[in-house]
Design a protein around this ligand. Structure first.
Ligand code: CAA
Length: 376
């Protein structure tokens, strides 16, 4: 694997870093109060960030997968909220249509998703089916030229803001995972009801809602793939999505490490900067080593994906390790800051709150271990 980045990838890193510092950093307080960063997402669309790996034919930037990961990395260092919005939009909404859609579906949806005219969401989880995704209860019944879908979904990232929802429902419950179908659902579809907003520990600018389908009428031409393909569509895109979430975790961890290092260099105790006290210096050394290891796992998984190779094992390893790193590094960053770290005057408490979810969504750490152990 080539561990250096191309000039094009470095340009992407600089462009996104500059954008994040200029446009996102000043909006963090608004997001912390629960405001969705709509204007930021619109500007990201203008810059081509909502369709980085999408072919030009569908209005994308047609850049490689690693460039897309670089963008999530840089955005998440400034705002994990913006990082997850982009990851869910691209990895688990645009990609499923791009890879499993008919030419008509691609032409209808992908250019609008890639340009940012549309925002995307992914609807797999239900109140009683999280890790056991195949046990979902939403039902789709074909009636003439429509499917009638009934059921509900939980913890839908971008829900209520999205224009397009990839919805999973069973057409044949007896077939379990092989009876699941995937549908492209427009936000104005009759019977799609946006429910309660979750009040979360972190990611305050990202919307997470419940959805209900009440005799929701989806035209048959919006079936993605064939009936029964749904579970494979979900799993194969989550495989890619998990690299994005691992990268979000990396961005959070790196931001916490940088903040803690800068603070340790200027904070004086016992007559010298605390970075020169071994207790703190060693802590920072461990944090930096974990961040570097997470980065290598992530860019290795991204490189496999960019070259069209299998990456299921590497993506789960990257998510498992990077999410743990984010939780550990943000915890230690607060420790370096001492009492100040526990206040809202410094960003490390936000990093700490944002980190935890990376061990939960897009497959918990326990699920990643199942995936990894199945590969061994
Ligand atoms: N690609 C393609 N097909 C796959 C696959 C993959 N990565 N993984 C599994 N499959 C296929 C299998 O091959 C199998 O098909 P065959 O029988 O034809 O071989 C079928 O799917 C069923 O596979 P399993 O028997 O392994 O399925 P399972 O029921 O035991 O579940 C699991 C496996 C790994 C536990 C899975 O349920 C899982 O990943 N659960 C976690 C769910 C999850 O990640 N949810 C995230 C929600 S989205 C989100 O969080 C977004 C957000 O907000 C940020």
């Amino acid at each position: 694997m080539n561990l250096t980045f191309t000039q094009e990838q470095e340009m992407m890193r600089k462009m996104v870093r500059d954008f994040a510092n200029a446009e996102i950093a000043p909006f963090i307080e608004n997001m912390e109060k629960g405001e969705f960063p709509r204007e930021i997402i619109r500007k990201m669309g203008e810059l081509g960030l909502l369709g980085i790996p999408v072919p030009e034919k569908y209005s994308g930037a047609e850049m490689d997968f690693t460039s897309y990961i670089i963008a999530i990395h840089e955005l998440s260092k400034v705002s994990a909220t913006v990082g997850v919005i982009l990851s869910v939009h691209t990895s688990v909404c645009t990609y499923p249509i791009l890879y499993f859609g008919t030419e008509e579906q691609k032409k209808k949806y992908v250019p609008k998703l890639a340009s940012g005219e549309y925002l995307g969401a992914f609807c797999l989880t239900e109140a009683s089916s999280g890790s056991d995704a195949a046990s979902l209860k939403s039902r789709a019944v074909k009636k003439g030229d429509h499917y009638v879908i009934n059921g509900s979904k939980a913890f839908i990232t971008n829900g209520g803001e999205a224009d397009v929802y990839i919805v999973f429902a069973s057409t044949n419950p007896e077939q379990e995972s092989k009876g699941i179908a995937a549908f492209i659902v427009d936000k104005n579809t009759p019977g799609l009801v946006i429910g309660k907003d979750e009040r979360k520990m972190g990611l305050h600018g990202s919307r997470t809602v419940q959805l209900t389908f009440e005799d929701m009428l989806v035209p048959v031409e919006n079936l993605l793939g064939q009936e029964g393909d749904g579970f494979k569509i979900a799993m194969s895109n989550l495989e890619v999505g998990r690299i994005g979430i691992a990268t979000q975790a990396l961005g959070i961890a790196e931001a916490a490490l940088e903040a803690a290092t800068a603070y340790a260099k200027q904070r004086q105790q016992f007559g010298k900067p605390i970075v020169a006290q071994q207790g703190i210096g060693f802590k920072l050394a461990d944090m930096a080593t974990s961040v570097e290891a997470a980065k290598l796992l992530i860019y290795r998984a991204a490189d496999l994906r960019a070259n069209g190779l299998k990456c299921g094992l590497e993506s789960s390893m990257a998510k498992l390790f990077a999410s743990r790193t984010a939780v550990e590094v943000t915890t230690e960053a607060i420790q370096v800051f001492g009492g100040y770290g526990y206040t809202e005057d410094y960003p490390v408490e936000r990093y700490f709150r944002d980190a935890k979810i990376t061990e939960i969504y897009e497959g918990t750490s326990e699920i990643q271990r199942i995936v990894v152990s199945k590969h061994l």
